[in-house]
Design a protein around this ligand. Structure first.
Ligand code: GRF
Length: 202
């Protein structure tokens, strides 16, 4: 069974959606550890309630390289094969990315490459787009940039606010992140340039 490590900084609703699908068997994986870089991250409490290994590793005041070395060691100690970012609000060092080649995923609340960075739902709403959504992608050394595994679109309706739009996007995040993991762990795939290709097995 694929051993996954979850990194989070806050609420952890994407982590919880994944954990439910791991528990039900629809994602064939084991959550080896959940690591939060903020002591007060609600996602860590949720992980403990689920009986998972939950580790608070505060990042405050540490430089990126030093912190990421601690992270790599903690993930290695739990024999993590795939790193799943679920609302992890720090940029990863090049060394970290090299430690897990093609094995780090992120979810971003916009249709990339539109609106990378913070507060993507508000950025999209303020821009006036009629369609937004979310993106599951591999993580590379650039922010919100690696090859795209899957996306889902939502309409921006006239009566939407940034908040209602965020809620619609979040519901899709919870659906497609698990779906992406299930496919990556059960199907054959490869990355060709920027394209993630699922290859039907013979
Ligand atoms: C989500 O909107 C995700 O797309 C972004 O951070 C937020 C995390 O939410 N990367 P949660 O902690 O999973 O509830």
């Amino acid at each position: 069974m694929t051993r996954i490590g979850i990194l989070l900084s806050g609420r952890g609703s994407n982590f919880q959606a994944i954990a439910k699908n791991v528990a039900s068997g629809s994602i064939p994986a084991e959550i080896a550890v959940v690591i939060g870089n903020r002591l007060e991250a609600e996602g860590l409490a949720a992980a403990r309630e689920r009986g998972l290994a939950a580790l608070a590793l505060p990042s405050k005041g540490l430089d990126r390289e030093a912190y990421d070395r601690q992270l790599i060691a903690a993930l290695a100690a739990h024999q993590v094969e795939w790193v799943i970012l679920a609302g992890y609000m720090r940029i990863l060092s090049a060394e970290f990315i090299r430690a897990f080649p093609q094995r780090i995923l992120n979810i971003h609340p916009s249709l990339l490459p539109s609106f990378p960075g913070l507060d993507a739902q508000h950025q999209a709403f303020d821009y006036g787009v009629k369609i937004s959504g979310c993106t599951v992608h591999f993580v590379d050394e650039h922010l919100d940039h690696g090859p795209i595994v899957t996306q889902a679109a939502v309409n921006v309706d006239p009566d939407d606010t940034a908040e209602t739009l965020s809620a619609k996007i979040l519901a899709e995040e919870h659906r497609i992140y698990s779906e992406a993991l299930r496919r990556l762990f059960t199907e054959a795939w490869r990355i060709d340039g920027r394209r993630v290709l699922f290859t039907p097995s013979a």
